[in-house]
Design a protein around this ligand. Structure first.
Ligand code: FES
Length: 134
């Protein structure tokens, strides 16, 4: 089985992130060569984010939601249970497929276990129709 290059890149990036997290807080100030979120990086257009729903950016490990029209939120896309990247946004919740934890799209609060900690908020800026990481 041969994975396409983009799939390999995602897997490698995920491993690198897991290692960095495992080693504690060793932020090197932002390496443009990694897939970690970068300040000023445009994630999406506002029209890409459904009202009452959201969109997961797996490479950036960010989920952007729009609980009500014009109100955009962003959270870490890494489940607080065992660190899977969340899989879907549906019916007002951000859902992890690994063990079925779910989180509120408005504030990241746990709405279903086994996770006990909310998804951490991420800072975004909405300027015109562009959503960027703050
Ligand atoms: S890692 Fe998400 S529910 Fe277990």
């Amino acid at each position: 089985m041969t994975l396409p290059a983009s799939r390999r890149t995602v897997l490698l990036a995920t491993g690198a992130t897991a290692l960095a997290v495992g080693c504690g807080d060793q932020d090197d100030g932002g390496d443009p060569g990694t897939s970690s979120p970068s300040p000023g990086q445009e994630l999406a257009k506002t029209a890409d984010i459904p009202v009452g729903g959201g969109k997961i950016f797996k490479d950036e490990k960010v989920v952007v939601t729009q609980p009500t029209r014009g109100d955009f939120k962003a959270f870490s896309a890494i489940c607080t249970h065992q660190r899977c990247v969340v899989a879907t946004v549906a019916d007002g919740t951000i859902n992890c497929a690994c063990h079925r934890s779910s989180f509120d799209i408005a504030d990241g609060a746990v709405t279903g276990g086994p996770a006990t900690e909310p998804l951490p908020a991420q800072r975004i800026t909405v300027k015109g129709d562009a959503i960027t990481l703050a």
